[in-house]
Design a protein around this ligand. Structure first.
Ligand code: ZN
Length: 249
């Protein structure tokens, strides 16, 4: 593995002084490959912080274009990007923030057919999607290929996060069982942008901890954030021994 350049040493000074990171940890981040699926409310802060932290390879998956209604929470995009592919818009911001990492735009919609191919080559997958079916697909592909999956979700003034590490605790499907039937969930629900910021940032911290191999992950713990009450609480969640996705692990 290559060492750090002088520029990297300077850029990551505040990482390097941390006992939990140091030079060895920064090299782990540099060698790390994180895929963020979705460049929306969750993906925006997650991508910014992972880029700033020096994660060496960052994949960004999105098939949408930037719309004015996105800008209330999807802070990686701006007025200049309206109508542009979100991957292009995100790439441009992140490349400006950190030219020492590799950013790989993936202009695709995740499906059952392509999920394993899209996540191939990454160490960790961050869920920045806005719909349940895609989360079930990603969870299944991550379990199948042995990759950690960091779930995040937001609705109104509340948000939730949970980390799935195959073979260690429950998977997303153990907890949520099946996607809600079509029509039962509003297509464009209200959500406070700042809540997305909090949850996406928690997901970024989880991804960094996985790459470093340090700290306690949100495994078997569903974290629930309520911005109106300003409270965080945890629900202990168990592996479903009959889960069709992870029971064999
Ligand atoms: Zn499961």
């Amino acid at each position: 593995m290559n060492g750090l350049t002088d520029q990297e040493r300077k850029r990551y000074t505040r990482n390097l002084v941390l006992e939990e990171i140091g030079e060895a940890g920064q090299l782990k981040l540099k060698a790390g490959r994180v895929l963020v699926v979705g460049t929306g409310g969750l993906g925006s802060p997650a991508l910014y912080y992972l880029t700033a932290a020096g994660v060496g390879t960052l994949g960004i998956v999105d098939s949408d274009q930037v719309d004015l209604t996105n800008l209330q929470r999807q802070i990686i995009h701006s007025m200049d990007n309206l109508g542009q592919a979100k991957t292009v818009s995100a790439y441009e911001k992140l490349a400006r923030l950190n030219s020492d990492i590799r950013i790989v735009p993936v202009q695709e919609r995740v499906t059952t057919e392509n999920a394993c191919r899209i996540i191939d080559g990454y160490d960790v997958v961050v869920d920045g999607t806005d719909n349940f079916p895609t989360r079930f697909i990603l969870n299944s592909a991550c379990i199948k290929t042995g990759r950690p999956f960091i779930h995040g979700g937001i609705l109104g003034f509340t948000g939730q996060a949970m980390t799935v590490v195959p073979g260690r605790g429950p998977c997303f499907q153990c907890v949520f069982q099946e996607p809600p039937s079509p029509g039962t969930v509003p297509e464009s629900p209200g959500v406070l942008g700042a809540v997305a910021g909090t949850i996406g940032t928690i997901q970024a911290a989880e991804a960094v901890k996985i790459l470093l191999g340090t700290g306690q992950l949100l495994i078997g713990r569903l974290l629930i954030y309520d911005a109106l009450q300003l409270s965080f609480r945890e629900v202990q969640v168990k592996k479903n021994t009959a889960c069709p996705i992870c029971k064999a692990l």
